[in-house]
Design a protein around this ligand. Structure first.
Ligand code: FMN
Length: 198
């Protein structure tokens, strides 16, 4: 199997993570930068925007998310949510994925025929970027998972890190040193999911 495919096979959702260094923070920045540059986007629109949080900035995100959820989850069932927040907080950093709506609106005006497609393609392109970052981190021993506390946390994130109003938060990817193996994963049979005609 190619190195590329085995990297894809190895990537998993890793929830148990620590702050311990696996690769340098600078290397993480490089990986994210390469992913942002080389992941494709519709019409080469390059609408992806990314913020990487380390150290107390990362901690702040998960404290903020916990408090946002505490305000809406009933107190007697908040325990599991609090545990989840603590698990993400235990990580080394978080990648925040955004899509710049100004770019998307610009494309909608310029190419009216595809008006309805641009928001869909933007999400698809962001998904590709998320996958590239996730897999590239896993390939260098860094565990990560994909989270969606948007839109609940959008306003607070925007204020805290001075994010432009046109950047729409799409996903959050907490990462760190894996401290437990992910469980087994079930696969539906390929013959019900893949058709080939030749
Ligand atoms: C588009 C997408 C959205 C996801 N959203 C979440 C999420 O909000 N929270 C979470 O814990 N996992 C999320 N996941 C992770 C999936 O549950 C996980 O990838 C899947 O169960 C397969 O497990 P694996 O990642 O270990 O291969 C998401 C995955 C994808 C592809």
């Amino acid at each position: 199997m190619s190195q590329f495919l085995s990297a894809i096979k190895e990537r998993r959702s890793v929830y148990a993570i620590s702050k311990e260094e696996v690769i340098s923070d600078q290397r993480i920045e490089e990986i994210v930068g390469e992913a942002v540059l080389h992941t494709p986007s519709s019409f080469n629109s390059q609408s992806a925007r990314v913020v990487v949080l380390f150290n107390e900035q990362h901690d702040k995100l998960w404290d903020m998310t916990k408090e946002t959820l505490r305000a809406i989850v009933p107190a007697d069932s908040f325990g599991p949510t609090e545990e989840k927040m603590a698990a993400f907080h235990s990580g080394r950093g978080t990648v925040l994925f955004f899509e710049d709506q100004e770019v998307i609106q610009g494309l909608q005006e310029q190419f009216a025929l595809y008006k309805d497609n641009f928001p869909v393609w933007s999400e698809q392109s962001s998904g590709m970027l998320q996958f590239v970052v996730w897999t590239a981190l896993a390939n260098e021993g860094v565990g990560a998972s994909l989270q969606h506390y948007n839109p609940l946390i959008d306003e607070k994130v925007q204020q805290e890190w001075n994010i432009p109003a046109s950047w729409k938060l799409i996903a959050q990817m907490p990462f760190g040193k894996p401290v437990a193996e992910p469980g087994d994963k079930q696969f539906n049979p390929l013959d019900s999911r893949l058709k080939v005609f030749k």
